[in-house]
Design a protein around this ligand. Sequence first.
Ligand code: ADP
Ligand code: ADP
Length: 227
Amino acid sequence: MAEVTLHKITKTYGDTTALSDVSLTIPDGAFVVLLGPTGAGKTTTLRMVAGLDRPDRGDVMIHGRSMQGRTPAQRDVAMVFQQYSLYPHLSVRENLEFPLKSPILRTPRDVIARKVAEVAEVLQITHKLDNKATALSGGEMQRVSIGRALVRDPAIYLMDEPLSSLDAKLRSDLRIELKRIQSSMGATLLYVTHDQVEAMTMATHVGVLDQGHMVQFGTPREIYENP
Ligand code: ADP
Ligand code: ADP
């Protein structure tokens, strides 16, 4: 069963058609990289899956169920967007704990502490855990945003250029880490980037959007051998 299906999605903003009749089937455990020029509809695609916006026409299915009427919190997804959505008045540790402290989840305190420690280690921000979010550099804030998705351990990650503000070393470390999350933890990722290296090294599938149309979809090899 496909983890995520977009079925004939059309989305307009005023006179702009952001997505035009886009269909896409993302297999269970795939790492799908979306490529395409600015304005092609990549971010809109993520917003449709996340439920941040509703399609004009068409449907999004997750685990075989229609997501019509489901809020972002009711979908099994975690998002990482380019602009950091941290709580500035909270510490890094509190920002990382926050997604786990929902009254619905009732995550035990020792489990929260362990997950936060693990994720901080992976993202190399352990030494910043007690700093206020406002005291971080851009790259550090971006790592905390990624961390807030990782602690939740969702089936599906939606990421919009999550590594673009990081330096080369950290980018390459995190590429390996994201690949590990996909291959050993079985997560499904839908990932927007402009970086061809990221597409080639991480993707199991590449989708190319242009002016709201999905013009190519296939394995990296298929895409790069038939440009
Ligand atoms: P990409 O992520 O590929 O750069 P987007 O999905 O952000 O593209 O945008 C697709 C098109 O929809 C663009 O022309 C953009 O200007 C337009 N668009 C996206 N969101 C809005 C919005 N909230 N209001 C008006 N136009 C929008
Ligand atoms: P609203 O109350 O804002 O008019 P709905 O109650 O219809 O919207 O939808 C609630 C949530 O479900 C929104 O986050 C919206 O993005 C999403 N949604 C609505 N229709 C669909 C659809 N056909 N496929 C996927 N998600 C949808």
